[in-house]
Ligand binder design. Sequence first.
Ligand code: RIB
Ligand code: CA
Length: 325
Amino acid sequence: MARKVIMDVDTGSDDAVAIMAAMLSPDIDLKAICTVWGNLDIEHTTDNTLRLVDAMGGDIPVYKGCHTAMVKYLVDDRVPQKRRIALDADGNEIRMHEPELKIPKTDRKPEDMHAVLFYIDYLKNAQEPVTLVAVGPLTNLGHALRIAPEITKNIEEIVIMGGGDKEANITINAEANIWHDPEAAQIILDSGAKVVWVPLDATHAACLTLDDCKKFREINTFPSNFAADLTEGRIAVHNVTQPLDVPNAAAVHDALAVCYVIDPTVLVDLKPVRCFIGLKDLTEGETIIDRREGIIEPNCYFAFSGDRFKFSDMLCEIFKLGKQL
Ligand code: RIB
Ligand code: CA
């Protein structure tokens, strides 16, 4: 039976690939999408999400969520570090996340209820457990779990794209989603819900290449072509700012989290660990794994690698189910 899923997104190029995969997969019953700020401001992440739902011809409700972190930006010295600027061969700036996805505008509007209130209402009343796939800063869930901790009873698992053991991307120790709202991430870890981390170690290993993009284009559906466009854009930026071990490749982080829900074996070395979130100075936003033997109880699962061939094959199969062009 298809798993009931709610996504939390900051759309975003890789979020867009993830949303398309979740909307199409017969193994996922996507109940709602909540938006949060992160890659872009909340107006853009919400508008991009609405456009994509429209372009996919779906009717998934979209709930607009938080525009900033729970605590962090109240403190001046926790402001962002310098953004890395990537330039193409002609000296033009290229971005991982353009402010607007290159798909038509939409009249579709978000639901009236705020995303935090939606989580509380939906999860209090759910008849069956729901899997949450959170691929942006964790602010919406942090607030929901603070206000109504009892909602964990209806959470099957919280799959988080974020963090890293050996990898980082926004500071020397932190990954962007967790660094944007570290307190929210710690609240989730403390909530008692089952947490599965899909960190940079997994998403970099399970990268997509230009060859994968070629395969997407051969499928020639709206989602396969759009995923190829987005992935090629990401490869161009990775090549300048953060080349991966595999040449001409990009992490399409958020889609890996969705594929885990469909087939957990796409994650490699998924292990129970004890993790906590750094909240200060150089550890801020770091997913710190406690490796002391014999004295620690695991509190989550952490994927130390990913299977890039399985990931690409899964996306190809899923995108074949999209609108033919
Ligand atoms: O660090 C990668 C994550 O940050 C992805 O979820 C990307 O979309 C951004 O939110
Ligand atoms: Ca994201």
